[in-house]
Design a protein around this ligand. Structure first.
Ligand SMILES: C=C(O[C@@H]1C=C(C(=O)O)C=C[C@H]1O)C(=O)O
Length: 264
């Protein structure tokens, strides 16, 4: 899948301001997908293996539609792009399109926190996003709609969180000696402190609070709020899961950064 970040030019792709701009754009994508998902109840059956009968498969409906989606998108080389990370790597097939030759921007790595993203989404994020004042019984007529939106939410969360690789590479190239020392000492705590920018994190949370409160409302001041979402659910999604997992990606990417280099 052709990427929206310009991966043909390493200096642009690793400019921290360009990367942060991409992260800001993904705030909109993620917030709108969460608003769409919040229309439906949690529908926990979707996430249970065998919860819904699927011919020739014992997967949960969610795993089945997610893996099928990744298999299809792999055919148009979505997962050849360094800013895309699959949830089901074994489901991917050879692209029908000719390979794109991306310049080597990231160092070789196998960082993939999608299992943690999926667990956080199903067990923590969704229950808060779908919660309402009154208990919402499952709606089996919306199983398909909810699962297809889940795919979009998780793909946007995964892309946002794995952008941590580009952030980490950018910071490594800016402060190489500092990070080489920390990586050689296998000092994950020191690396986490070095990549942390609390001011930027607070800006992200403040911006999201405003976006979540605004998106889904009628800007003309009409009486009906269309697709409102609980603001705290969006802000806490970022505070408790998106930002921490992005930093895990940064730290684990950097822990692999010296492999095969003169610093090893
Ligand atoms: C992504 C960055 O690295 C860290 C993670 C952040 C995030 O996930 O929003 C923000 C600031 C940093 O603590 C960055 O520096 O922009």
């Amino acid at each position: 899948m052709d990427s929206t970040i310009d991966l043909s030019d390493a200096s642009k792709a690793l400019d921290l301001f360009n990367i942060r701009y991409q992260l800001i754009r993904l705030e909109d994508t993620i917030t709108f997908h969460l608003i769409e998902r919040a229309q439906f109840p949690l529908n926990a059956t979707i996430y249970k293996a065998g919860g819904i009968a699927i011919p020739n498969s014992d997967l949960s409906l969610f795993d089945w539609i997610m893996s099928a989606s990744e298999r299809l998108h792999a055919l148009v080389r979505r997962y050849e792009s360094p800013d895309e990370t699959p949830f089901f790597p074994s489901a991917l097939e050879k692209p029908i399109l000719q390979p794109l030759h991306y310049p080597q921007i990231l160092h070789a790595n196998d960082v993939n926190v999608n299992p943690e993203i999926k667990d956080s989404y199903i067990n923590h994020i969704l229950p808060t996003v779908c919660a309402q004042r009154e208990e919402r019984p499952e709606q089996q007529e919306n199983y398909g709609s909810a699962a297809t939106i889940d795919v979009l939410v998780l793909q946007s969360l995964s892309r946002r969180i794995h952008f941590g690789k580009f952030v980490a590479e950018s910071k490594f190239r800016t402060e190489t000696d500092r990070f080489v020392k920390l990586i050689k000492a296998e000092d994950r705590k020191g690396i986490d402190e070095a990549i942390t920018n609390m001011a930027v994190e607070q800006q992200v949370l403040d911006r999201l609070k405003l976006k979540a409160a605004t998106y889904g409302t009628d800007p003309s001041g009409g009486s009906r709020d269309v697709g409102k979402i609980d603001v705290d659910a969006v802000v806490n999604t970022y505070k408790n899961y998106v930002i921490p997992l992005t930093k895990v990606v940064e730290v684990e990417y950097l822990m692999q950064r010296l492999k095969g280099t003169e610093w090893e």
